[in-house]
Design a protein around this ligand. Structure first.
Ligand code: C5P
Length: 425
């Protein structure tokens, strides 16, 4: 193979298998050679013919085929790649992997491999939530297997929830990150896993907050948490010790991140300040601006007249972190705006005392809130720059790449380590 990196892609039998055709195309475009193994069930969703045509290689499927095994034994198949990727990873193959079963070419190769493994789960929401699947996922994480997704949204079977396989773009990015070798992103470099932010600690807030009205009712917002989770994942991938303080979401915990689930803005503030000191704080959460002052301990009764709710302001977590005695070296906020996006965000950066503000337009029609893509402007003391429209995963990688560059520069000029103020960054 002429390409410098090689991926062994194991396609298991789920409806998301069709997305693998696009993934293979993207991998070969990125000069990564792909060799494929298909399970018997996968062949019911996509044909080996299309997989072979796109990967420009033999497609392997049968452990007991004299042809497959004499051409390429399963041990060789498992060892010749730099990375093994299972996409889609069904509940069935995940269970087999967790148990170490080896009853076909795909699972035998997975047991035989000495290479890193990345899986992209895809299944129905109930199957994903099933305790057995969650047990198996926990086991795979413990075994050092990396995960990308699953994402939350409409599933192939029409249900809504977590279980959708990540898009080929996002899987490609996860693959490239794991294959190492610095990847050039914009003017920065997103350095491969586990290096650039090693020894750094980061706090990320994400998702909505829920503000109780009574024990059963609350005020919430439509934040999905996707952007914050993607940032936490990218920070962890770059080696930072990452604490994700998250309001209620349907998202799976990103690999290697400590997740602190909270409900209200006050819980989020407490969990964030408890996580100090840190080098980096990124407030992505859509914190409720107000909470109900007269929250009741008992469920409000439906009476003749509706109850009056008195709203009072919530604490501003970003401003508090930015003003704290142990202020992180880099404090970053997000500003969701519908008009004068850059101007409003620039004012907000100064008012809240943070170093950078990432501004985005959330007007109806942009699809940002809850969607997978984002178009942002990065506002620093030096001015504003507009980034192209890209996936939330890419926004996270660009941001982390910029953090690496900025903290690296700071490190060069500041002997020693630990949270320090970045002047004029
Ligand atoms: O003022 P606004 O809500 O537009 O500010 C958005 C930024 O401030 C985001 O980074 C958000 O996470 C943060 N924020 C916060 N606590 C609040 C309100 C906003 O941390 N109570």
């Amino acid at each position: 193979m002429a390409a410098s990196k090689r991926v062994l892609l194991i396609i298991s039998g789920g409806i998301a298998a069709y997305k693998c055709l696009e993934l293979i195309r993207r991998l070969t475009d990125a000069d990564i050679a792909v060799r494929c193994i298909m399970t018997k069930a996968a062949e019911r969703f996509v044909t080996p013919l299309s997989v072979g045509a796109l990967s420009r290689d033999t497609v392997y499927s049968d452990l007991f085929s004299l042809k497959d095994e004499s051409e390429m034994g399963h041990i060789r198949l498992s060892r010749e790649a730099d990375l093994v990727v299972v996409a889609p990873a069904t509940a069935d193959i995940i269970a087999k992997m967790a148990a170490g079963l080896a009853d076909d070419l795909a699972t035998t190769t997975l047991v035989a491999t000495d290479k890193p493994v990345l899986i992209a789960p895809a299944m129905n929401v109930a199957m994903w939530k099933h305790p057995a699947t969650q047990r198996n996922i926990a086991q795979l994480r413990e075994d050092g297997i990396a995960l990308i997704g699953p994402e939350t949204g409409e599933l192939a079977d029409g249900e809504y929830g977590t279980g959708r396989m990540s898009e080929p773009d996002a899987i490609l990015q996860a693959i490239e990150s794991r294959l190492g070798g610095p990847k050039v992103i914009g003017r920065d470099r997103f350095v491969g896993p586990g290096t650039a932010l090693k020894g750094r600690r980061a706090i990320v807030t994400a998702g909505p907050t829920h503000e109780a009205i009574d024990p059963v009712r609350f005020i919430a917002n439509r934040s999905s948490g996707k952007q914050g989770y993607a940032i936490a994942a990218a920070l962890a991938l770059a080696g930072a010790e990452t604490i994700l303080v998250t309001g209620p979401t349907d998202l799976a915990a990103p690999d290697g991140v400590t997740v602190v689930p909270v409900e209200s803005a006050r819980d989020m503030l407490a969990a964030s300040t408890d996580s100090l000191p840190a080098d980096i704080a990124i407030c992505v959460a859509a914190v409720a601006d107000w909470r109900v002052e007269n929250e009741t301990g008992a469920k409000l009764k439906k009476g003749a007249t509706p109850p009056e709710l008195k709203l009072i302001p919530n604490p501003d977590i970003l401003a508090i972190l930015a003003a704290s005695r142990t202020r992180p070296a880099l404090v970053i906020g997000f500003a969701a705006e519908t008009e004068r996006v850059v101007e409003n965000a620039a004012e907000k950066r100064v008012r809240k005392g943070c170093d950078w503000m990432v501004a985005n337009d959330v007007s109806p029609g942009t699809g940002t809130f809850g969607g997978d893509r984002n178009q942002v402007h990065l506002i620093t003391a030096d001015g504003a720059e507009s980034w192209p429209s890209m996936s939330k995963t890419e926004v996270a990688e660009w941001l982390v790449a910029r953090i690496v560059r900025t903290l690296g520069r700071k490190e060069d000029s500041t002997p020693g380590h630990g949270p320090t103020q970045i002047a004029g960054s």
